[in-house]
Write a protein that binds this ligand. Structure first.
Ligand code: PPS
Length: 203
């Protein structure tokens, strides 16, 4: 990490920090005052999104339904499959709380990032102690993309949407499998709501 001068914020991101066992200790050793931001979404949708991304690179993988279960007849879920494992947010958060207090961690709602991007970014700016520079006026809803986009990209006068790999169409998943996953995640979601003091509404 580069040295951070007075008045600067240094940022670093990767999707896998939150679920990497060694990450909290390493970040703590580097700087215990680091602020942590995690975007979380409904773990069932997250698993399907994760699968969709893998499928786009390896079209021959088994179906989502068959990867979900260790044993489809008994309904035993394969929690070792990373697409399922990553969504057990309460378990990952436990690991971070061994090093960082809750008030140093902000959980951004992936759903609200789509329905109210400025509102969610308002929370991020407050958390970082920044003035609310990014507001509603910076976004518009792009009907073709089906997502909010920036009216102007940084350093440009043109609108900017996220790329083709963000907001892909998900495959249809057997509703029984979706329900089984909802039941599986419910207790972990409840624990996560309790730990964060925030109901993300994934029921
Ligand atoms: N504004 C906007 N435009 C497009 N997409 C948006 C936006 N806001 C949030 N999202 C959601 O971001 C999801 C992809 O982000 P990821 O976290 O998977 O990205 S990463 O691969 O981990 O970097 C992606 O998930 P999928 O819909 O499953 O592709 C989107 O739902």
């Amino acid at each position: 990490m580069p040295k951070t001068l007075e008045g600067q914020i240094t940022m670093e991101k990767t999707p896998s920090y939150f679920v990497t066992r060694e990450a909290p200790a390493r970040i703590y050793a580097m700087s215990r005052s680091t602020k942590l931001i995690v975007v979380v979404r409904d773990p069932v949708t997250r698993a399907i999104s994760d699968y969709t991304q893998t499928l786009s690179k390896k079209p021959d993988i088994p179906t989502f339904e068959s990867l979900t279960f260790k044993n489809r007849t008994t309904g035993l879920i394969d929690t070792s499959w990373s697409a399922i494992q990553i969504g057990i947010y309460a378990k990952h958060l436990d690991n971070w709380l061994q090093y960082f207090p809750m008030n140093q961690i902000l959980f951004v709602s992936g759903e609200r990032l789509i329905s109210d991007p400025a509102g969610e970014l308002g929370r991020v700016q407050d958390f970082l102690g920044l003035k609310r520079i990014i507001t509603d006026k910076h976004f518009y809803f792009n009907q073709t993309k089906g997502f909010p986009c920036l009216k102007k990209a940084e350093g440009s006068s043109k609108p900017h949407c996220l790329g083709k790999t963000k907001g892909r169409t998900h495959p249809n998943i057997d509703p029984e499998v979706v329900q089984r996953l909802r039941d599986f995640y419910r207790p972990f979601n409840m624990k996560f709501y309790q730990m964060t003091g925030h109901n993300f509404g994934w029921d």
